[in-house]
Design a protein around this ligand. Sequence first.
Ligand code: HXC
Length: 270
Amino acid sequence: MNFPAFETLAVEQQGNALLVTINRPKAMNALALQVVEDLHALLDTVTEHARPDGGWPVRGIILTGAGGKAFVAGADIREMSAMGPDAAAAYSARTHELTLRLESLPIPVIAAVDGFALGGGCELAMACDFIYATEAASFGQPEVNLGLVPGFGGSVRLQQLVGPARAKELIYTGRRIRTAEAERIGLVHTVFPTATEMYDAARSTIEDVAAKSPVAVANAKSTINAALGLPTADGLAAENRSFSQAFGTEDMQEGVRAFLAKETPSFPGK
Ligand code: HXC
């Protein structure tokens, strides 16, 4: 897969994983508008390169930040200082669109956080399927320090992950938390002593996923995301549709055939 040259991203395919690094280390990888546009362009390229059989050129994305100090320290405050309400609405809408695109990709996206994940950085990580983090990472929604509120989805996704009371306490105080606490409250999925161990684990997770049916993984992701926040009966109806549709796929035929024949399945991805 060939990518255009991005001003703010470094992109490298590693096995079945695409490692995407936000690359503005001097500004703690702050989310200038260009970063948001580059991430959109990256997703355009990934989507365009879907293979005709319905399979995908990569089986998972690892999203991280350059420099070892920050995943992303939030929106670019210098850039935001020139915005009025209309520009802020457009910026926030563009970031919301980005998070929805990440959630609707048919492959997992893992946030790999080493250093600060603050404001929009924490919100971007929360739009990924799950968060791996080093012990040295920290998280927070410090917008109140700037007279702001979260604008990149934090009002919605933080409470989905940690519950409304914890989300309110974190957002009202702007308090920064270390990874151990973030893991305890359900924001971080797994903690690693070092960045090397974290990246190895993220790659290994994507290789595990790559051995499974691409159609089943995509359906699982879209069903879980669709069911979020729905009344139980509606969530179960979404699951029922997804489960029954799986019976019409070649991947299901192959998975069941291979199990019964005591073989390793070779999924066609359709
Ligand atoms: C622009 C930033 C930045 C940011 C850091 N920098 N964060 N520039 N926007 N969000 C720049 C600093 O200005 C500085 O540049 C350099 O990065 C290093 O930062 P320092 O502050 O010197 O480093 P340190 O003392 O280690 O502190 C790191 C930090 C702190 C804790 C991350 O920089 C910080 O609190 N940053 C702001 C975090 C924040 O409030 N984020 C939320 C933003 S609002 P120079 O040129 O001086 O070296 C938001 C809303 C999203 O995210 C909604 C979108 C729609």
